[in-house]
Design a protein around this ligand. Structure first.
Ligand SMILES: Nc1nc2c(c(=O)[nH]1)N[C@H]1C(S)=C(S)[C@@H](COP(=O)(O)O)O[C@H]1N2
Ligand SMILES: [Mo]
Length: 451
């Protein structure tokens, strides 16, 4: 797979001096938000207005403001809803269509081993609201009383310890922004267009600010014995879901998380305590964490043998491919949406890498013949969703749009064909980080176009 970036073709409507190249960006003191100069932004807006004006004739976009007085809405004439004594706030009732969705592509035979997906096409910014954070459980959601919950650390340690939640909450903590992705994300759409929307194809992906205790601090307390190499993490759910994690990750950036997005974990995300392995497949972030055992070798558990391994050419299977490789997807426009006539649109989406930061995203509107550089919207953070934006003039014909991300290791997001050269794409295949195209047809309908 080539690590060399293809040349960047500038987008005509954005002056070339307004979008620094990747290199310029790295060597300048510019903030990571790359905004066109304000006059360019004004020009874009003027152009959009002009489009709205022309579209007016067909009645599709905007409307001219009549000379007559603006009608006064009812809301202007009455008191609004009073604030109740106490209440957990909810979105507007007009946003009720924005929901997690259980997979309607790969339907599970029984509901305990299930997942629900984040509506990425409705996400604004890089933070997934807690009520829309994707879910994956092997045996349903346990209802755990934090007062009863215990975490035990034992095995090859000098001082085995048991912690209550109160004990853990007394430690200093850190808060970090990171994405989490299930390695099964996209497994329905390797070679055929099974999913209609980006929620179905990519919605086992969310991003939040995680709060917890660096695991290394707690390991300091128990004291590792010489020869300690692997740690077992086990959950308190019906599956007693467990994973073996190498000591390097545990000492580097693994967290014992009790909060996300500003509040205590939701039950579905592992309340009251979960492991969090930044940038690694979601399966390694064991929820409802009750036990950590230190050993000198991995356990070769179900999720390290029968599942979460990758078929390779020659009939071999790759184990422990836990780092999520660099990936991106266009979320707007995306499957199931419809463009309202030719004109200017902002293509936007997410890019992320389990190995570092995103350094560039290119966008094609001609099925990969030519690529142009998108703007990365800051903050661009380590192992975190990065939003990209690209101003696109849709001329009305069929267009195949896709994004391609590059991370700080120089790795370029591959095509599915490129992945197929180094892995065997047969059966139930995980770790899909391929380039994902959407087809905009002449009617403006956006469709999954994996052939
Ligand atoms: N105890 C436990 N931990 C678990 C699981 C589980 O079923 N039980 N599912 C794993 C999988 S496969 C994923 S992708 C993530 C999903 O985390 P989320 O539901 O908070 O999105 O949790 C992981 N941790
Ligand atoms: Mo997963």
């Amino acid at each position: 797979m080539s690590h060399k970036r293809r040349s960047v073709i500038k987008f005509a409507s954005v002056p070339s001096n307004s979008v620094p190249t990747t290199q310029e960006r790295e060597h300048s003191d510019l903030p990571s938000e790359i905004e066109p100069r304000s006059q360019d932004r004004r020009a874009f807006l003027r152009k959009s207005m002009a489009i709205a004006g022309t579209a007016l004739a067909s009645g599709t976009v905007g409307a001219s403001v009549a000379q007559a007085a603006l009608p006064i809405p009812e809301s202007n004439t009455a008191f609004g809803r009073p604030i109740p004594e106490t209440m957990y706030g909810m979105p507007s009732k007009f946003e009720a269509h924005v929901n997690r969705l259980r997979s309607n592509v790969l339907v599970n035979r029984q509901n305990f081993a299930d997942w629900s997906m984040t509506p990425l096409q409705h996400q604004h910014g890089i933070i997934t609201p807690n009520g829309l954070f994707f879910e994956r459980h092997h045996t349903g959601i346990p209802d755990i009383d934090p007062a009863q919950h215990r975490l035990v650390i034992h095995g090859m340690v000098k001082n085995p310890l048991q912690f209550t939640m109160d004990d853990l909450m007394r430690y200093p903590s850190v808060s970090k922004f990171h994405f989490m992705e299930c390695s099964g994300n996209g497994l329905t759409d390797w070679t055929k267009a099974a999913s209609t929307t980006v929620q179905q194809s990519h919605g086992l992906l969310s991003c939040t600010q995680w709060t917890g205790i660096p695991l290394s601090w707690i390991l300091d307390e128990v004291g590792l014995q010489p020869g300690a190499k692997w740690l077992l993490f086990e959950g308190a759910d019906g599956s007693a879901h467990a994973r073996s994690i190498p000591i390097e990750k545990c000492l580097n950036d693994a967290l014992l998380v009790y909060a996300q997005g500003g509040e205590m974990l939701r039950p579905e995300q592992g309340y009251p305590l979960r492991a969090f392995m930044p940038g690694w497949e979601g399966n390694t972030s064991v929820k409802w964490l009750r036990r950590i055992k230190v050993s000198d070798q991995p356990w070769h558990l179900r999720s390290e043998t029968a599942r979460y391994t990758d078929p390779m050419p020659g009939g071999k299977w790759r184990q422990f491919s836990m780092e999520m490789e660099c990936k991106s997807v266009i979320t707007n426009p995306s499957g199931g949406q419809k463009l309202k006539g030719p004109g200017l649109y902002e293509i936007e989406g997410f890019a992320w890498s389990g190995r570092g930061t995103i350094t560039a995203v290119d966008v094609t509107a001609d099925g990969g013949r030519t690529w142009q550089q998108a703007q990365l919207e800051g903050p661009v953070l380590d192992k975190c969703l990065t939003r990209f934006r690209f101003r696109w003039n849709w001329t009305g014909g069929p267009a195949k749009i896709a994004s391609r991300a590059v991370d700080s290791t120089g790795y370029v997001q591959p095509t599915v064909e490129e992945i197929a050269k180094v892995r065997a794409l047969v059966g139930f295949v995980q770790h899909h980080n391929g380039i994902f195209p959407w087809l905009v047809n002449a009617a403006g309908e956006v469709k999954n176009d994996i052939a």
